[in-house]
Design a protein around this ligand. Structure first.
Ligand code: PMP
Length: 398
């Protein structure tokens, strides 16, 4: 059965995401309403963009006020919201540096790629199974070969090492290495958390060889893992940090931050983007940062993430092996490759999540998810998993 929005989609939109399961019409907090009036708990929107949930009054007010005061002019000029955002991001980072504002995660990583090239060294090391975006530079850094091969040849010079393996990194990095690109937690790769001490080892190895450490915090940043940047829990200082997604509270904004000397590598005229630093998206991002602090959301995220993963593991369901991840970036590791069937059963039951791999489910809800909402998912999960087991078994027999 196709809905009215799905029919129009098929006639007009390029088919690169597959048929959309739902057409959405409105949202409030962590709850979404679809075209047929059904409501869903959004356990996924955090990866898409939404730190504060849908239609958060602080974001609505900031955007409305800014758009009616000064919209965007050109990246040649600067505005108070852009400067304030850069200053506040550096304050969160805790190091002096320079911020390049852009419009997406891939674009932030393109800037980081160019910064790496500006070292004059030929090689970049990235992680197998990593994800950095769909534009050609970001794709060249993405350690999932199936995403790269249809678009080869890639920009040259990128080598991959297994994620979380210190010895492999040690063997790969040398005087030719411009930069090592890593996600603190691999999000698209299935919420893969490296062994404790991995980022610190990466920092030590890159420093010893004079290479940059670039951390892609597009998915992990802005409080998702319970600290403002995920790397802060590891006590490391990178050279470059990229971010996007939750930063804009639903509006498109990204940032590439060069710390210390890394912030000086791009020279005037070497990079740019028309909408970078536009006051409206910067105002939205400032509303996100201020609400995170005012509502003590980092503590909420850390506590609720523990509660949610403990609740799921305590179900003792045979399809659940364990839960990995931190804060509100969690991967439910399954004992069988029924991820897509669980996603479908969850949607039927009114919960939106996704399966970044056949046997892993990802939870990345808006950070304002309440304890009651999280519990409603835990309560519903056994029936969802049973249903998925049933439909998968039927599929196998058919
Ligand atoms: N880096 C990471 C770690 C991501 O998870 C993503 C998006 N899933 C990107 C970069 C790309 O971000 P965008 O879609 O905003 O270009």
């Amino acid at each position: 059965m196709t809905t009215p929005l799905q029919q129009r989609w098929a006639a007009s939109m390029m088919d690169n995401y597959g048929t959309p399961p739902l057409g959405l019409v409105s949202g409030s907090g962590a709850v979404l309403t679809a075209e047929d009036g059904r409501t869903y708990l959004d356990l996924l929107g955090g990866i898409a963009v939404n730190a504060l949930g849908h239609a958060h009054p602080a974001v609505v007010e900031a955007v409305t006020r800014q758009l009616s005061t000064l919209g965007h002019v050109s990246n040649l000029y600067v505005s108070e919201p852009a400067l304030q955002l850069a200053e506040e991001l550096l304050a969160h980072l805790g190091h002096p540096g320079r911020v390049l504002l852009c419009n997406s995660g891939a674009e932030a990583n393109e800037a980081a790629f160019k910064i790496a090239r500006r070292t004059g060294r030929p090689t970049i090391i990235a992680a197998e199974n990593g994800f950095h975006g769909r534009t050609m530079g970001a794709l060249a850094l993405t350690g999932q070969p199936g995403k790269r091969t249809p678009f080869e040849p890639m920009p040259a010079g990128v080598e991959f090492v297994p994620f979380g393996d210190v010895a492999a990194l040690e063997a790969a990095v040398d005087a030719d290495t411009a930069a090592v690109f890593l996600e603190p937690v691999q999000g698209e790769g299935g919420v893969v958390v490296p062994p404790a001490g991995y980022l610190a080892a990466a920092r030590e190895i890159t420093t010893r060889h004079g290479a940059l450490l670039v951390l892609d915090e597009v998915q992990t940043g802005v409080g998702r893992t319970g600290t403002f940047f995920a790397h802060q829990a590891d006590g490391v200082t990178p050279d470059v940090v990229t971010m996007a997604k939750g930063l804009g509270g639903g509006l498109p904004i990204g940032a590439c931050i060069g710390i210390g000397a890394a912030g000086e590598l791009l020279q005037p005229g070497q990079h740019g983007t028309t909408f970078g630093g536009n006051p409206v998206c910067c105002a939205a991002a400032l509303a996100v940062l201020h609400t995170l602090a005012a509502d003590d959301l980092l503590a909420h995220v850390a506590a609720l993430g523990k509660e949610l993963s403990a609740g799921i593991e305590a179900l003792g369901h045979p399809l659940v092996s364990h839960v990995r991840g931190t804060g509100l970036l969690l991967g439910i590791v399954l004992t069988a490759p029924v991820g897509p069937a669980v996603v479908a059963a969850a949607e039927d039951a009114g919960f939106l999540l996704n399966a970044p791999g056949p046997a892993v489910l990802r939870l990345a809800p808006p950070l304002v998810l309440t304890s009651e909402q999280a519990q409603s998912f835990v309560d519903a999960l056994p029936a969802i998993l049973d249903r998925a087991a049933e439909t998968s078994a039927q599929g196998a027999l058919a």
